[in-house]
Design a protein around this ligand. Structure first.
Ligand code: ATP
Ligand code: MG
Length: 280
């Protein structure tokens, strides 16, 4: 068995998340059947696939909320599959998580919601925390003075997403994780969320892992799309490579979404600091 404290062989510092032959069983059911994946710095990886394919299970393993049955999960070069429980909190802090309905606490105001990670994980003073919250709200295009004292129920869906993102960014994590960020949102708000995901990547150079049922969103934001079918990677590459590649299942999956992908904008290849093409 490999030792967690040994430096991991063959991992470039650019490879922020690396999975090797990751399997996960629940009782008799094999949910993940050997997943290999690399997500690099400043890259957006979108996981697509039908219901029950194993996407959320995979994400939970990556953020150290659960353990694989076998295989390696390297986060910034460190194999977390073999780390003792007491070390996992340190790993979890590397991830900012944005949930489907923003998952804000309804009984406390925006300021306290966004401050939560800092209160939990740092020893910063109240006024320092306050300043940082205000700064993040502003970065996300919210007027801090207006929004900070409001309660989640008083915000629109798009504003809640921004607040959820502000909270995910509080500890300035190298990796942002989104589980179905656009589900339940109207097309316009969905596009706004796509733009936010892209802006956060540009501004903070984060690696973004996104689970999505939204093919349009996948085409707009993904440098790498990974199609999971029944616990295996059926196809991976840019969305266009999936659309035009050898996997019939991948081509059908995209076609069956009914989305006219020709009309959608694409992100520029990662690393090229150019403006996005702007169509649709
Ligand atoms: N804690 C658990 N215990 C037992 N089975 C589980 C557990 N978590 C997930 N599963 C099973 O693993 C399979 C994959 O579930 P998962 O939630 O990862 O799918 P998904 O791809 O995220 O689906 P969806 O698109 O519907 O969210 C399902 O058959 C599910 O019942
Ligand atoms: Mg899921």
């Amino acid at each position: 068995m490999s030792n967690a404290h040994e430096p991991s062989a063959n991992v470039s510092p650019d490879d922020v998340v690396v999975l090797r032959s990751v399997k996960k069983d629940f009782d008799e059911q094999q949910v993940l059947k050997g997943i290999d994946l690399v997500a690099r710095r400043n890259e957006t990886v979108v996981l697509i696939g039908g219901s029950g394919a194993g996407k959320t299970t995979l994400l939970r393993l990556i953020v150290a909320l659960d353990r694989p049955t076998s295989g390696q999960i390297l986060i910034e070069g460190e194999d977390i599959a073999v780390l003792p429980d007491r070390e996992l909190n340190r790993i979890r802090k590397k991830f900012g998580m944005v949930y489907q309905y923003a998952a804000l606490l309804d009984s406390i105001n925006v300021l306290d919601n966004v401050a939560f990670p800092l209160v939990e994980h740092t020893k910063l003073s109240k006024s320092e925390i306050n300043d940082r919250v205000m700064e993040k709200l502003e970065i996300l295009g919210l007027d801090p003075k207006v929004v900070a004292r409001k309660f989640p129920a008083e915000l629109s869906g798009g504003m809640r997403k921004r607040v959820g993102l502000a909270r995910a960014l509080m500890l300035e994590p190298p990796i942002l994780v989104y589980d179905e960020p656009t589900s339940g949102l109207d097309p316009l708000t969905s596009r706004m969320v796509d733009d936010l995901i892209e802006q956060m990547r540009e501004k903070f150079n984060v690696t973004s892992l996104v689970i999505s049922h939204d093919i349009a969103s996948c085409f707009r934001i993904a440098h790498q799309a990974i199609l999971l079918i029944d616990g295996r990677v059926e196809a991976s590459g840019t969305p266009d490579e999936l659309l035009e590649g050898p996997s019939t299942i991948a081509r059908e999956f995209i076609r069956n979404s009914g989305v006219d992908v020709r009309a959608l904008s694409r992100v520029k290849p990662r690393g090229l600091n150019q403006k996005r093409r702007t169509t649709a």
